[in-house]
Write a protein that binds this ligand. Structure first.
Ligand code: DC
Length: 217
């Protein structure tokens, strides 16, 4: 592998549901002129394909077959944002065969110049362990549930706060307790607790971390 300064810049942004990964990753990509991949969309695309085929997230081989068939076009479907699709994505993400099938897509995306910001759960630990910058976002479960509720309402989806909170807790438990690539910070990740921070403050802290890693001009 070429030295870090000769490789395309890769920024890994990991963390639990509704910690602010997408917002931060989009801003970092725009600021540093990098491409952005929301890797949750890949798992959601597998889930949507499977559900449309009347498959169940528990069926590892059927889910892996859908993972091998995912294309760029699948990532643009507005139905990917449905809560039921997110739930099914979390359920099928426990299968090692599904994760394996999505690895090449993610690594090829990261390797293409000028580089990329990837957000997900296992970018810094498994997908891009050599990423030059690794950021792990966390926030209290209550704040994450409140943010998710706001986002759902802004999309016109009426939801009950206690249900959103229970769903986030269940998602946290499943994503972090699975044996295949569980959600956890990489040993060399910089952690940012976004509980009391707005999007601008999160971006400023993250950009300071990236700037400190960039080779000096
Ligand atoms: O980030 P999200 O809510 O769109 O992701 C949906 C699910 O996909 C998430 O609960 C777990 C899974 N996922 C994963 O296992 N690894 C990733 N890198 C991204 C998402």
């Amino acid at each position: 592998m070429p030295p870090a300064e000769e490789r395309p810049l890769v920024i890994a942004v990991d963390g639990p549901a509704a910690a602010g990964k997408g917002t931060l990753a989009r801003r970092l990509a725009a600021h540093y002129g990098l491409r952005h991949l929301d890797t949750g969309l890949l798992y959601r695309a597998v889930a949507l394909r499977l559900l449309r085929q009347k498959g169940e997230p528990g069926q590892a081989e059927a889910a892996a077959a859908q993972a091998r068939a995912v294309t760029d076009a699948d990532l643009a479907d507005p139905a990917l944002r449905d809560e039921a699709v997110g739930e099914a994505a979390s359920a099928l993400a426990v299968h090692g065969a599904v994760r394996e099938a999505l690895l090449d897509y993610q690594r090829a995306f990261a390797a293409r110049p000028p580089g990329a910001v990837l957000d997900g759960r296992d970018i810094g630990t498994v997908v891009c362990p050599d990423a030059q910058v690794k950021i792990y976002l966390e926030a209290s479960v209550a704040v994450r549930a409140a943010r998710r509720l706001c986002e759902l309402r802004s999309r016109g989806v009426e939801s009950i706060e206690s249900r959103v909170l229970d769903e986030i807790k269940a998602r946290d438990a499943r994503d972090s307790r699975r044996s295949a690539a569980p959600l956890k910070p990489a040993a060399d990740a910089c952690r940012i607790d976004t509980t009391a921070l707005g999007p601008d403050e999160v971006f400023e802290r993250a950009a300071a971390i990236v700037d400190a890693r960039l080779p000096s001009p």
